[in-house]
Design a protein around this ligand. Structure first.
Ligand code: UD1
Ligand code: MG
Length: 459
């Protein structure tokens, strides 16, 4: 058997007028990623050797936004129909290729569904992905003969009342042998109700040649749905999120409400993870066994180790949370934060580019930036590391078993040794050695019998 290369052609030339947007339709996001990027990634996941993106409107915006992807840009200057769109890619197609036609505004097709379509194509030069809809209005209908063989596709506007009753429709997604596709495309005309070059006309051409056209179906209708307006886009977003929620539950997470979680990136979960409502995940997030995440948290590009507890209203970005660590409520962990085993960060604490050692605590109202905190050290309420002198950032190093009294300012660069103690309200500007007590604040003076001043004229 000769192996054939998968050559993907993604149609994305439509204007998307109904989006009412300056952004080309296919750049509108699902889960924070442009719809067309989902499609490109699916083609990549299938091992496509070439990915052609047929664009018309907003070419510059598309090329800028999609510059990370290796695609071949194919311009369709005038949108004369889906057949005309694929014709523009002909120079990119080899005879032995399996050409996979995809759509830039149909982002949710599962890899398994496309693999099944390609498997169906293995026995035929042509395979169609079809779907049966409760309301097929507007779609191209799949016409079959009395033996169930596909003989053509008739567009809604060209169909007879009898054909309008057909519920099996064309999704538009198809896999075709390169040589046959090129031959059929060269025979297209625009003699139809819309005056367009219909890609779908190649089906009748294939049938006329005696080709047995294969077909397969997706598991879910949402896999083949496109978005023409923002209502449909919101529908795709929900379908995508439901799929993510189901995957997390199947992987061992309890979701208190699967409809109130958003995954905009990749989340992996261990077993017995509990995620409460209104939690948003972005980027790459790893959550190990037994982690609990309370309501209203945003977690971006972070790693949360086993048994950690993220309390309500916390925001984590680029953070590494150690085993059994506690975060929040109302904590903010910024990039470069690392919490060791059992460390605890409480409410209104902001941490940036800092390490908290094993069992260390910063319970309340604190800012730690560019700081290294040793094991079992206690950072009192209201402690601020003054890490920025207006020009440069400086480091604060705090040893293990230290105690920083409340409302202290640690003016970096500064070191505080193991088991050192800082008196509350201190402004620490120079090194405190191990086991020392440092108190750096105005001394209290008491004046007995002090008479407050009185207003002039009062007795
Ligand atoms: C098409 C199919 C129809 C199918 C339906 C599924 C044809 C003739 N009809 O109809 O059988 O049921 O999709 O949604 O193929 N595009 C271009 N260049 C063009 C025209 C279209 O890139 O010149 C792109 C559009 O951006 C869009 C896609 O192709 O993403 C489909 O085009 P559209 O005109 O919406 O096709 P339908 O009329 O819906
Ligand atoms: Mg159309």
């Amino acid at each position: 058997m000769t192996t054939t290369a998968i050559n993907a052609v993604i149609l994305a030339a439509g204007k998307g007028t109904r989006m009412r947007s300056a952004l080309p339709k296919v750049l509108h996001p699902v889960a924070q990623k442009p719809m067309v990027a989902h499609v490109i990634e699916s083609a990549q996941a299938l091992g496509a050797e070439r990915i052609n993106l047929v664009y018309g409107h907003g070419g510059e915006q598309l090329q800028t936004r999609l510059s990370d992807y290796a695609v071949d840009w194919v311009e369709q200057a005038e949108q004369l129909g889906t057949g005309h769109a694929v014709q523009q890619a002909i120079p990119q197609i080899n005879d032995q290729d399996t050409v996979l036609i995809l759509y830039g505004d149909v982002p949710l097709t599962r890899i398994e569904t496309l693999q099944a379509l390609l498997a169906a194509k293995a026995d035929s030069p042509f395979a169609l992905l079809t779907v049966t809809l409760p309301d097929p209005t507007g779609y191209g209908r799949i016409v079959r003969d009395s033996h169930g063989n596909i003989t053509g596709i008739v567009e809604h506007k060209d169909a007879t009342p009898e054909q309008h009753k057909i519920a099996e429709v064309n999704t538009g997604i198809m896999a075709v042998n390169g040589e046959a596709l090129k031959r059929w495309l060269s025979q297209l005309d625009s003699n139809n109700a819309q005056g367009e070059f219909y890609l779908t006309d190649i089906v009748a051409m294939a049938a006329a040649e005696g080709v047995a056209i294969a077909s397969s179906q997706p598991a879910q209708i949402s896999e083949v749905e496109g978005a023409n307006n923002r209502v449909q886009l919101a529908g795709l977003e929900r379908a995508y999120q439901q799929r993510q929620a189901e995957a997390l539950m199947m992987a061992g997470a309890t979701l208190l409400d699967p409809a109130r979680i958003d995954v905009r990136g990749n989340v992996t979960v261990g077993s017995d993870v509990v995620i409460d409502v209104n939690v948003v995940f972005e980027g790459q997030v790893t959550i190990e066994d037994g982690v609990v995440i309370e309501p209203n948290c945003i977690i971006r590009d972070s790693h949360i180790a086993a048994g950690a507890h993220i309390k309500a209203n916390s925001v984590l970005e680029g953070a590494k949370v150690g085993p059994a660590a506690q975060v929040g409520p109302f904590a903010r962990l910024r990039p470069g934060t690392e919490l060791a085993t059992g460390a605890a960060v409480g409410n209104f604490v902001e941490i940036k580019k800092s390490y908290l050692g094993k069992g260390a605590k910063a319970g309340h109202l604190t800012y730690l930036g560019d700081t290294h905190v040793g094991a079992e050290t206690n950072i009192g309420a209201g402690t601020i590391t003054c890490n920025y002198d207006g020009v440069n950032k400086h480091k604060t190093e705090i040893g293990s078993g230290a105690f920083i009294g409340s409302n202290s300012s640690l003016v970096a660069p500064v070191q505080i040794g193991d088991h050192a103690t800082i008196g509350a309200g201190s402004v620490i500007t120079s090194k405190v050695a191990a086991n020392e007590l440092a108190v750096a604040r105005g001394k209290q003076r008491n004046i007995a019998g002090w008479k407050r001043p009185v207003k002039k004229g009062d007795k």
